[in-house]
Design a protein around this ligand. Structure first.
Ligand code: NDP
Length: 331
């Protein structure tokens, strides 16, 4: 059985010397284990991150060991009667021809339900679920909205655009890196508009494709795409920060914030707001905070500048940081 091992940690774009194809003896299943002949193995962007030796939401690949990843195949030897020979399964021991897997870590799939069992690694697998979860649970897509997805011709992106449409989006816009991909988006996949991001600044291209702005941005790319999408957002816009592939091989971080990618591993949300929308909270706030102020459990420092003639100095002083607490002018 042949397997791909990580031979060296890539710097920037991986090169063939970072990997090694090794041949090993066919594994024998112990009790509770199965041997799977992999039919398809998945290659995914997140694997680039696992090639680095940095802490993340998935541990780094071990040097000299076969890499892991999604795979689908058929059980050819079994030490677990619940998963007999012939069962089609998905599991996490990709990057190899034959995999020795704990039977508890495989999931049986029905090849009769799909045109090819490969679908369980894509449209009905991890990448399809990513699209679905990002649009529904994270971006809270509503019928009638405009959705923009980057990396739109890829595994996740092609599902995002189509699921958005099926969920009632009024306008679906995608970006991709070639004219052939763009044609496929607006033709075969039914996107309303699409652009090749090599054709100019994303900001301008997105402005043409979504002249009225966007409600939801599904970010697969990060960087300039995310910047443009934030610029194009309508009031109450949402972004599902799914990936930042434009940065996975870069050795130089972009200008700040350089760690937007951490939002993914931390499952964090950034959400804009305006105090003016929350006036209804004022009575509740006063009822809670006024007693704190009176009993000293809330401190309210002020810096007071004397005279309206010093108001501009007070203002500029505030910008320079000369205030402690609230800067005020006594008139
Ligand atoms: P894709 O099938 O989309 O393949 C990657 C694509 O990225 C390429 O086809 C390429 O298309 C595009 N790309 C590469 N470099 C750049 C760049 N500099 N700028 C813009 N596009 C670029 O991969 P997936 O669908 O599997 O993954 C898409 C994204 O979703 C990735 O960021 C991935 O990390 C993320 N992801 C996140 C998950 C999560 O749980 N948060 C789960 C699964 C995926 P093109 O020709 O258009 O440039």
């Amino acid at each position: 059985s042949r397997e791909v091992r990580l031979a060296r940690r890539p710097q920037g774009w991986p090169v063939p010397e970072d990997f090694a194809l090794e041949t090993v003896d066919l594994p024998e299943p112990g009790a509770g284990q199965v041997v799977v002949r992999n039919a398809f193995i998945s290659v995914d962007p997140y694997m680039r991150g696992r090639m680095n030796d940095v802490p993340s939401y998935v541990p780094p690949y071990v040097l000299g060991e076969p890499m892991e990843g999604g795979a689908v195949g058929t059980v050819v030897a079994s030490g677990e009667e619940k998963v007999p020979v012939g069962t089609h399964v998905i599991h996490g021991q990709g990057w190899r021809e034959f995999a020795l897997v704990d039977a508890a870590k495989v999931r049986a799939v029905d090849p009769a339900l799909v045109p090819s069992e490969s679908v369980y690694l894509g449209a009905l697998g991890m990448t399809g679920l990513t699209a679905y979860a990002g649009l529904t649970a994270i971006a809270d897509l509503k019928p009638g909205e405009t959705v923009f997805v980057s990396g739109a011709a890829g595994a996740v992106g092609q599902m995002v655009g189509q699921i958005a449409r099926l969920k009632g989006a009024a306008r679906v816009v995608g970006s991709a890196g070639s004219d052939a991909k763009v044609e496929r988006l607006t033709g075969r996949l039914g996107f309303d508009a699409a652009f090749n991001y090599h054709d100019g600044r994303v900001k301008d291209l997105l402005g043409e494709a979504a002249p009225d702005g966007i409600d939801v941005y599904f970010d697969n790319v990060g960087g300039e795409h995310l910047e443009a999408a934030i610029g194009a957002m309508k009031l109450g816009g949402r972004a599902a920060i799914c990936g930042a592939i434009s940065m996975y091989n870069s050795t130089e971080p972009p200008t700040a914030p350089r760690n937007l990618g951490l939002l993914i591993g931390k499952r964090a949300t950034l959400k804009g707001f305006l105090v003016g929308d929350h006036g209804a909270l004022m009575p509740e706030f006063l009822a809670e905070a006024a007693p704190w102020l009176r009993d000293g459990s809330l401190i309210a420092d002020e810096t007071v500048v004397e005279g309206v003639d010093n108001a501009v100095d007070a203002f500029l002083g505030m910008l320079r940081g000369e205030n402690l607490g609230k800067m005020l002018v006594r008139v």
